[in-house]
Design a protein around this ligand. Structure first.
Ligand code: C2O
Ligand code: CU
Length: 480
């Protein structure tokens, strides 16, 4: 495993996007980008590489899209894949036609075709974009990238460090394991779990940071299904023998205090933790008060300590502090007295209690659905899909989506087009009101996702464990 990680270190990715460039072209209102999705057989000179990646602009992650709140983002998208695709702008409270959901908000972009995404960026924060057609394969092959929207008065530069994490399933031939796409085992359990963790498209990279003073880390989990837990250590990496690097526990007494300042892009009342867990698609911004302490990024979700990245001090030219914690959430917690209640009973999967469900109007046994239709999960007894309407909401109504995870698996539940308030149990035992767009729901947990339906359109609500979505965990909240 470790040699595999090394072998691929130079190869799977092209550009490290660890430090975000300064020079945000103040006053420029329309941000133009071009993104091309294409098979990327060999993009790193003559090194052996996975030859079956699909990437945006031949980079992993795709290019950083950077803009200022209030800008218009204008992306010319070209599909050079052999299958249809779309781009979804995860976390953006978008206009519905630009949300990138095939057959719901737009027709899929066919091979060889183009599509122009153009929409305003009304919120600052850490977002990302990814393919949304057959996402369980397209995202797994690399079709995603970061999207950062700055507050106009934020100071960027080398105090702002992007950490895009992905979990790849690599086979013995050092290729993306393609034979397991569609594996019923993955789809009925925790989704497609990988065997190699990349940070900014590299395995165990060294990330430049300023030598002292505060830094902001923006963490994004782009994995298909892996729930990641990160800690930061003041102990330097590289002291462990190579073939044991995944097996030794770091000394937790070296772990730094992490100050959480933004969740899924939205500012929160800052709080301190010693680790952060990110379900698929979630983001967390951390403020670290003293960069000189920052040495190693650890991933600890498996109970073993993996050195995901190291930090290397660089002389910083920029002495100003970033303005980190002054913003407010996009909107306050709504009053739910007259809210519209939407109950969602989530069932299915292995070791679950779902024996039959309605699929395309017909009640069928779960075994039949699994074997013949690859459907395994249900909302309220229905196998979900893009045509499954969960609720019809009047514009402006306050909505409580009451989710009940009545299954044996965690689920990373994502609502398109808005952010919801939730009393989160994701950071320790204390419940914490947070504004999120994706909530990691533990087995048997119930939670209320509360939002003001002020954005008209057909909005997907689904599990971001991409295999779960494909096999039934999805539906539409219609706001008009
Ligand atoms: Cu990030 Cu429907 O997706
Ligand atoms: Cu799920």
């Amino acid at each position: 495993m470790s040699s595999r990680r090394n072998f691929l270190q130079q190869s799977i990715a092209c550009f490290s996007l660890s430090a975000i460039p300064t020079g945000l072209m103040a006053g420029e209102k329309v941000r133009h980008y071009q993104l091309t999705a294409e098979p990327t057989p060999n993009f790193f000179d003559d090194k052996p590489v996975p030859t079956n990646l699909w990437l945006y602009n031949r980079q992993s992650p795709g290019p950083l899209i950077s803009a200022t709140k209030g800008d218009i983002l204008d992306v010319e998208f070209i599909n050079n894949l052999k299958q249809p695709t779309t781009i979804h702008w995860h976390g953006i409270r978008n206009i519905n036609e630009m949300d990138g959901v095939p057959d719901l908000t737009q027709a899929a972009v066919e091979p060889g075709e183009r599509f122009r995404y153009r929409f305003p960026l009304n919120d600052a924060g850490t977002f990302w974009y990814h393919a949304h057609n057959k996402a369980w394969e397209q995202v797994a092959r690399g079709l995603y990238g970061p999207l950062i929207v700055w507050d106009s008065d934020e100071i960027s530069g080398d105090r702002d460090v992007l950490i895009v994490a992905d979990d790849w399933l690599i086979n013995e031939e050092e290729q993306i394991d393609a034979t397991s796409f569609g594996s019923l085992g993955h789809w009925s359990h925790g989704g497609r779990l990988g065997n190699a963790l990349s940070i900014n498209g590299k395995f165990a990279p060294s990330l430049p940071i300023p030598s002292a003073g505060p830094v902001r880390l923006r963490l994004i989990n782009t994995a298909n299904a892996r729930v990641l837990t990160f800690a930061l250590s003041s102990a330097a990496s590289g002291n462990m023998p190579e073939d044991q690097s995944g097996d030794q526990a770091g000394d937790p007494s070296d772990n730094l205090v992490l100050r959480v300042i933004n969740i899924d892009g939205s500012p929160c009342a800052p709080f301190d933790v010693d680790r952060v867990t990110l379900g698929p698609a979630q983001r967390v911004d951390l403020e670290i008060s003293d960069a000189s302490q920052l040495k190693t990024l650890l991933e600890i979700s498996t109970g073993q300590t993996l050195e995901a990245a190291s930090f290397k001090s660089i002389a910083t030219v920029q002495t100003e502090q970033t303005r980190l914690t002054e913003s407010r959430p996009y909107y306050p917690q709504p009053n739910t007295t007259n809210a519209k209640l939407v109950d969602i009973h989530m069932q299915g999967g292995a070791m679950g209690n779902l024996s039959s469900a309605i699929f395309e109007g017909e009640m069928r046994g779960l075994r039949d659905l699994a074997v013949n239709e690859q459907k395994l999960w249900a909302f309220n007894g229905n196998i979900g899909g893009y045509d499954h309407i969960l609720a019809e909401i009047n514009l402006g109504e306050v909505v409580v989506v009451r989710v009940w995870n009545d299954s044996a698996w965690p689920h990373s539940m994502h609502l398109h087009g808005q952010h919801f308030w939730v009393n989160s149990r994701e950071f320790g035992t204390e419940q914490r009101p947070l504004l999120r767009d994706t909530y990691l729901l533990q087995p048997r947990e119930k939670a209320d996702l509360v939002f003001v339906a002020d954005n008209p359109g057909m909005w997907l609500f689904h599990c971001h464990m991409l295999e779960h979505h494909a096999s039934g965990m999805g539906g539409v909240i219609a706001v008009s």
